[in-house]
Design a protein around this ligand. Structure first.
Ligand SMILES: [Zn+2]
Length: 252
């Protein structure tokens, strides 16, 4: 099977240059070593992922999805060695993606890939709605908001731990804070961090609506950093919000 796919790969290299999925909005570029089949699947999945972005308005800058042949190539491109579980990484106007054929176990291919790309493209939409190309890294958007928004928008609740499974570890060790310590914990316990982020965002939307989220993004676009924008848009500091949320998640 492996030999077959390698042979198929050798006979059909990926197309050169960028493939336009949606002109001026979304491109796919496959690096050398990526199979043509992977490249075609990413293109189709990207097309299906696009509608999820509409709720955030149009992208200010076209996004390019760069498909890399191996996990090592992904880690090298994003300069994050040792993140073995990572399959993709989004920035302001590009997404690095490990070719799905190299994931090992990969169920449902195009459907899973399109959900993953909805998640990554939501990151791009958030960065573009919150800042410009030169200052998007300076808004101090915490991991729980970045990942919660992407996970919520991509409908990834089935990939997250249910609230009932989050409660015991959080109640048992009250120093465990997946919001304040999200960056550090995400390396050792991404399940806990991403799941807490997901449910926090679900609760944020329930409390303030999608309009509230858009107000936070717009306040950042006007120049505020995340803590100030969140407070100005929602009338509560992010620290108070996540403290409430942590109390809520500790309840079984
Ligand atoms: Zn993410």
């Amino acid at each position: 099977m492996l030999a077959l796919s390698l042979a198929a790969c050798a006979h059909a290299p990926p197309p050169r240059g960028s493939i336009e999925v949606a002109p001026g909005v979304l491109l796919v570029r496959c690096e050398d070593g990526v199979c043509a089949r992977d490249c075609a699947e990413v293109e189709e999945a990207a097309r299906r992922a696009l509608p999820a972005l509409r709720r955030w308005g149009s992208l200010a800058a076209a996004v390019e999805i760069e498909v890399l042949p191996t996990h090592e190539a992904l880690e090298e491109a994003i300069r994050r060695p040792g993140w073995s579980w990572l399959r993709a990484w989004a920035r302001y106007d590009d997404v690095f993606l490990q070719a799905p054929g190299s994931w090992g176990t990969f169920q449902g291919r195009i459907a899973s890939l399109s959900t993953l790309l909805s998640h990554e493209l939501t990151h791009c939409a958030m960065f573009q709605a919150a800042a410009g190309p030169a200052d998007w890294t300076s808004r101090r958007i915490p991991l729980w908001f970045r990942e919660g928004m992407a996970s919520w928008a991509a409908g990834q609740e089935r990939r997250r731990l249910p609230r009932s499974q989050l409660a015991p570890p959080l109640a048992q060790d009250t120093s465990l804070d997946p919001f304040a310590d999200g960056e550090a914990l995400s390396r050792s316990d991404p399940g806990l961090v991403y799941s807490a982020a997901h449910w926090a965002f679900v609760d944020l939307v329930a409390r303030f609506g999608e309009a509230g989220v858009r107000r936070v993004l717009a306040a950042m676009k006007s120049g505020l950093d995340f803590p100030a924008a969140f407070g100005a848009a929602l009338g509560i500091s992010p620290a108070d919000f996540t403290e409430d949320e942590l109390r809520r998640l500790r309840r079984p």
